[in-house]
Structures are given as C-alpha cells and as structure tokens.
Design a protein around this ligand. Structure first.
Ligand code: TYD
Ligand code: MG
Length: 451
C-alpha cells in the first residue's frame, strides 16, 4: 500500500509546513496548524471541453492581442452589475464573502431566480425544500433555476454535463470536497483543490462560477488567503445584522474597478436594491434635534449623504468615555483634541458618543466637519438648521482641508434639497451650481460661529 502523504497547514492563513509546530510563523496565530492528508492522485477525470494541458501558448506582441472586451452577462440586479464592473464576465470566478446570516444565500438565490439564463444553484448547506421556502419569499417565479444539494465536486460536474447550465452558483466552497484529497471538507487543502477544479471548469467552458465563502471571526474569508488570489473577483457583503442596510463591495476585481459599491435593504421579501441611499439614511429631516449633522460623503464613487449623531454629556466618572459607532474612535479623539486646543472647547470632562445612522461605517475623511458640527451642536444643545450639510477634512492645526470630488458631493446635496453646504476654501469647484449656497471656510473657528 502506498504511503499516506500528509502535510500541515495553518487553518488561519494557509501556510504549509512539513511538520507540526505550535505557532504559525506567518500569521503568528497559536494552535492553528493541523495535519491534512494529501494522498490519492489518480488522473482527474472530469472532462468538460477539450484537454488543454498539452497546449503550448506562444508569446504575442501586445498590439496583436485581440483586445475586444470580455463578453458579459447582464444581471437584473443593477447594484450587482455595477460592483462587478458592468456585468458578470463569462468564464470568471467570483467569490462572495460575508458574515453568517448577512444574506449571501439570499442575494445569490434572488439573482438566480431573476436572470434569464439556465442557472445551477448548488447548495451544500441547505436542503432543496429549505431553498424552495426561501425562493417563495423572494417570489419571482423562475423555470430556469435548478437546485442541487451536493457536496462532492465530481458529482456536481457530472450533473453539469447533463444540465448544461449557463451560470453556476456554489453555496458554499467550504462545504465542498473532492475525491482527490482525503482531508475533511472545509480544510485548507480541500478548499484549494475544489477551487482549482472550479477555476479549470470556468476557464474551459466559459461558464461563470460564483462561490460563497465563509469569513472568520476577524473578517477574512475563511481558510486560505490563497483563495482570494486564485479567483478573479472577491466581493464582500457586509452590514450590521441588526440594521436593514447591506453593502456589496469589490475587494479585488480583474474586470473592473474596486471603487464601486452596491447598497441593498433587507426586507421580508428578500433584498431590495437601494438606488437613492441618501434619502433613506437621513432619518428625520424636518425635526430640529441638537447633535445631528449631515455629511456629504463618498463611498467608492457614489455620493452618500449621511447623518452623524453626537451626544456630549458631563462625565460621571473621572475618565470621560469616548465611543464611536461607524466612525474611527482614534479619529474622534483627534478631532476632540483639535476642538479643545484650537477652538477652546472644554470637552475633557465630557463623555462623547458618535453614531453614524444606518449601521454604516464611513472611512471618508470628508465626514470630519460634520462630526465636529454634531459635537458642537450637542454640546451647546443647539440644533443645526436641517438644510445644512458638511464636506471637509479637519487638519491637526484646525484648518479645514479640501476633499476629493467636491462637485459630485455638492450636486448630490443640491438634489436632495439642501440649501447650504460647508466646504474648504481650498476646494476648487469646476461646475456651476445654482440651487445651493456653497460656504467656503478655512479654519475651525468659522464653524463654531454657527452656534
Ligand atoms: P441568508 O441569505 O441565509 O444569509 P447567509 O447565507 O449570508 O448566511 O440570510 C439570512 C437572513 O436574512 C435571515 O436571518 C433572515 C433574513 N431574511 C429576510 O429578512 N428576508 C428574506 O426574504 C430572506 C430570504 C431572509
Ligand atoms: Mg447561506
């Protein structure tokens, strides 16, 4: 009998070792290295299309290469199309990651039901009945969507040969296993091998494949980082499970930009595309409440008006609390220090809480000015006029700094009926703007005069 070949993999980062050790030298995690059996190496038998292994490719001059753009499948879901860079490229492999329960299966099932192509949805997690129940909630009836509950790749390929689908969805890659590797489903070597088989399948047949991938507790796609290198596109579905908004982002895209982003709302009947997110994110436009300010931010390439809420109260304990939801807490500390030093506000003995509504996390530095405005508004208990909004970064010396794509932000604010926007004096506006007053400010004191 042949000797069983085994190797050791870090279950966190996928690094391979020839023997066991306590700590992974690559990612520094403890107790993540496990033995996996690699045996079995009979000839792989799935055979779809011609065997390409013996083909020799020749170098070509770059201007002789056929440069026509890849053919894409247009999905019914416009947000998804946009994130993919204008549709699903034939023969591409897309990996969709996200926390459990965030709605990955719902998103893809919904897509499978609405598309005008023959789709095979392979689930290793749920039974056909469960999927049917979910499909009934989402509703659009489809006679082109096939559901298969299977976890062995060889069986999946066999079904594909009979069915000849035009799109393959795998829910999820961690449940698959192949005959050519002995270790259990979900282990590094299984995930790698199954993905490699699917890539080969996609490239040979030009059928696009979408994989669902689980993520680990620190937010990375579970299993190997290598998986992200292997696929063409990595999408992340994120959001706060207690809120209705979900954001679809591209982390890597070989066929488009990674700046685009899709916004959805989770409803009783599935996910709804949100094409005008700003209107939903601004909660109470007509009530004058202190501590609220609107920021004109950009998420990817999309302008997004968002409400920042601040609460400033006298600290009960010696050390004041600083807490931020949806905003970087270190940045909050910095803004408070600037307010203290440059504008003379005594916030050292105050608790400060910041919340970005809608459960969305904002990285755009243009939100700074709105955060400052919300803090001052709460501190003075003085509501800001509800038709004002802000878009500028704050520097350490209290200067108001310019931000990118200011025209787009101003136009979005104008579209939503704001009458005044505060921006940096150094920002150059190139378009003519009529319906909104643009207030140019240069230092933090200019904003404190509002209160
Ligand atoms: P699911 O797609 O199963 O998440 P994942 O595959 O990422 O683990 O979605 C799970 C949640 O979505 C579930 O908690 C209920 C909610 N949901 C709705 O609110 N409305 C719906 O129509 C559907 C199908 C799910
Ligand atoms: Mg699922």
């Amino acid at each position: 009998m042949a000797k069983v070949k085994t190797t050791f993999f870090c279950q966190n980062c996928g690094t391979q070792y020839s023997k066991w050790q306590g700590q992974c030298t690559a990612c520094k995690e403890w107790n993540t290295i496990a033995e996996e059996i690699l045996q079995k190496s009979e000839k792989k038998t799935y055979n779809l299309g011609s065997d390409t292994s013996n083909r020799v490719s020749k170098p070509l001059k770059i201007n002789e290469i056929d440069g026509s753009t890849e053919s894409r499948i247009q999905l019914k879901d416009h947000e998804f199309n946009r994130v993919l860079g204008g549709g699903l490229v034939n023969g591409s492999l897309v990996l969709l990651g996200g926390e459990p329960g965030i709605g990955k299966s719902t998103l893809l099932l919904q897509m499978a039901l609405s598309i005008n192509k023959k789709v095979l949805y392979v689930s290793g997690e749920e039974s056909q009945k469960q999927i049917k129940m979910r499909a009934d909630r989402i509703s659009p009836d489809s006679n082109n969507c096939y559901i298969l509950t299977e976890t062995k790749t060889q069986n999946i390929f066999k079904q594909i040969q009979d069915l000849a689908p035009e799109l393959l969805i795998i829910d999820s890659i961690q449940t698959l296993h192949t005959d050519y590797i002995e270790s259990s489903a979900g282990s590094i070597s299984q995930v790698k091998e199954c993905t490699a088989e699917l890539i080969k399948f996609a490239k040979e047949t030009s059928i696009p494949v979408i994989l669902i991938g689980h993520i680990t507790k620190d937010g990375n796609i579970a299993g190997p980082k290598i998986l992200e290198h292997m696929v063409d596109t990595v999408l992340q579905f994120e959001g706060d499970r207690n809120h209705v908004f979900r954001i679809l982002r591209a982390h890597k895209n070989r066929f488009g930009s990674t700046n685009e982003l899709g916004i959805y709302e989770m409803q009783g009947s599935g996910l709804r595309e949100v094409s005008n997110p700003s209107e939903l994110l601004i909660s109470q436009k007509d009530e004058g409440l202190s501590g609220n300010a609107i920021a004109a931010t950009l998420e990817g390439l999309r302008p997004l008006l968002i409400e920042v809420q601040a609460l400033v109260s006298t600290a009960v304990y010696g050390t004041p609390q600083r807490s931020a939801t949806g905003f970087n807490a270190k940045r909050l500390n910095m803004l408070l220090a600037v307010l203290e030093k440059r504008a003379g506000f005594k916030l050292a003995a105050k608790d400060v809480f910041i919340n970005i509504t809608g459960g969305i996390t904002i990285d755009d530095p243009a939100i700074d000015l709105a955060v400052i405005a919300a803090i001052l508004s709460s501190n003075e208990d003085n509501a800001l006029p509800n038709d004002h909004c802000f878009a500028a970064e704050i520097g350490l010396s209290g200067e108001i700094r310019p931000v990118t794509r200011i025209d787009q932000r101003i136009l979005e604010a104008e579209k939503l009926g704001f009458s005044k926007i505060f921006i940096s004096k150094q920002n150059k506006i190139s378009t003519t703007i009529k319906g909104i007053e643009v207030v140019l400010i240069s230092k933090i004191e200019d904003i404190t005069e509002l209160f």
